[in-house]
Design a protein around this ligand. Structure first.
Ligand code: KG4
Ligand code: ZN
Length: 345
């Protein structure tokens, strides 16, 4: 039974996990840095890197201890090698390199997005390739056809902000603190989603790309007008976001070859309104809907260990110890850049 130690440090969660090839998460630990970044209303890269450096080694020791496992028992050490905040990524990757070298274990440099993309298969053994994936996090908003470990076709991405970023900025405008997604969702439950007229950027356009910058500006204008209650703004924003995703995802599914399921992953996949809409959309397209439990949707190390196991399963080679950390690392190297400023990955 193969077992991989996973390490995640690309944003503001420091995490370690031990996962087996038969999908047991033997132990995992996540140290959130929310309280470090909350005063600044967003993640401060230098603070994040320092916090990772302080926390990671004890976290790994705790995970090994809890599972009653030694490094010698692991088949590989997997760590996020990008994309992400480069200081934090380097902390995790260098730690993994040191462990791999000391324990004479293969090193697996994992694309963080691949961790998100394959996490649904950790939660659901029945999920088969290929599947359509909506990957929605603080840094990314993409529609992909997941064809296998290491095999992705990107159908759409955002031409400006990521969806999680739009939630976080809306939370900031409404004074809800950081991280904003869960707070916006809670407040939205008390508001009227039809109260505030907000745009649905790119709805109906032929290419299935996303755009959220205009929606965020409209939220700011609505708030500054003083005419609307914060709960109504939150509810209307969330509804606009849901409408955009529904339209764009539907468009992508029309152009995609056959898939086994519609899958959502990434931190924003924790949002119940978005899940409910996607479930209905999948049914309309005659597809199964799969969403990992919220703890596997937000950043974690179990998904990194699992991506490592998927790579081992297809016989992919280990990475050399001098592999570099990458601030940008698209899942589909053939995807064309999209128009629009501030394009993410
Ligand atoms: O995947 P993730 O943990 O980190 C990144 O790789 O970015 O995603 C974090 C993002 C944040 O923007 C957060 O506000 C958003 O996911 N998020 C949510 C919810 N929970 C987390 N957005 C909307 N509704 C939620 N319930
Ligand atoms: Zn993430």
């Amino acid at each position: 039974m193969k077992m991989v130690l996973g390490i995640e440090s690309s944003c503001d969660e420091t995490a370690a996990a031990l996962v087996t090839e038969d999908r047991w998460i033997l132990a995992q630990a996540i140290a959130s840095q929310d309280e470090c970044h909350a005063p600044y209303g967003g993640v401060v890269p230098e603070i994040a890197a320092r916090a990772h450096a302080e926390r990671l080694t004890p976290l790994i020791a705790r995970v090994l201890d809890e599972a009653g496992v030694a490094l010698a028992d692991c088949d590989a050490v997997a760590a996020t090698a990008g994309p992400g905040l480069i200081g934090g990524v380097m902390v995790g990757l260098v730690t993994a390199k040191a462990l791999a070298m000391a324990g004479d274990k293969p090193l697996l440099a994992i694309n963080h997005l691949e961790g998100h993309a394959l996490s649904p298969r950790l939660a659901d053994p029945a999920l088969q390739f290929p599947y359509a994936l909506l990957l929605v996090s603080g840094g990314h908003c993409q529609l992909l056809r997941v064809e296998g470990a290491g095999r992705y076709r990107r159908f759409a991405t955002t031409i400006d902000d990521a969806l999680g970023e739009a939630f976080d900025k809306t939370a900031k405008i409404l004074g809800l603190g950081f991280p904003g997604g869960p707070a916006v969702e809670r407040l939205a439950a008390q508001g009227d989603p039809r109260a505030v007229p907000l745009p649905r950027p790119l709805r109906g356009s032929a290419e299935p790309h996303f755009s959220f910058a205009g929606l965020k500006s409209a939220v700011l204008r609505a708030h500054e007008s003083g005419k609307f209650a914060p709960a109504d703004i939150a509810a209307s924003f969330q509804q606009a976001a849901i409408d955009c995703i529904a339209d764009r995802t539907s468009r992508a599914l029309e152009t995609m070859d056959e898939v086994s399921a519609l899958v959502v992953a990434g931190g924003v996949a924790a949002n119940r309104g978005i899940r409910a809409m996607l479930e209905a959309l999948a049914a309309d397209h005659g597809l199964r809907f799969v969403a990992p439990p919220p703890a596997l949707c937000t950043d974690n190390a179990a998904m990194i260990a699992w991506a490592g196991l998927e790579r081992l399963a297809v016989g992919a080679p280990a990475d050399p110890l001098d592999v570099s950390a990458r601030p940008r690392w698209p899942l589909d190297p053939n995807a064309e850049p999209v128009r629009g400023a501030g394009v993410k990955a």
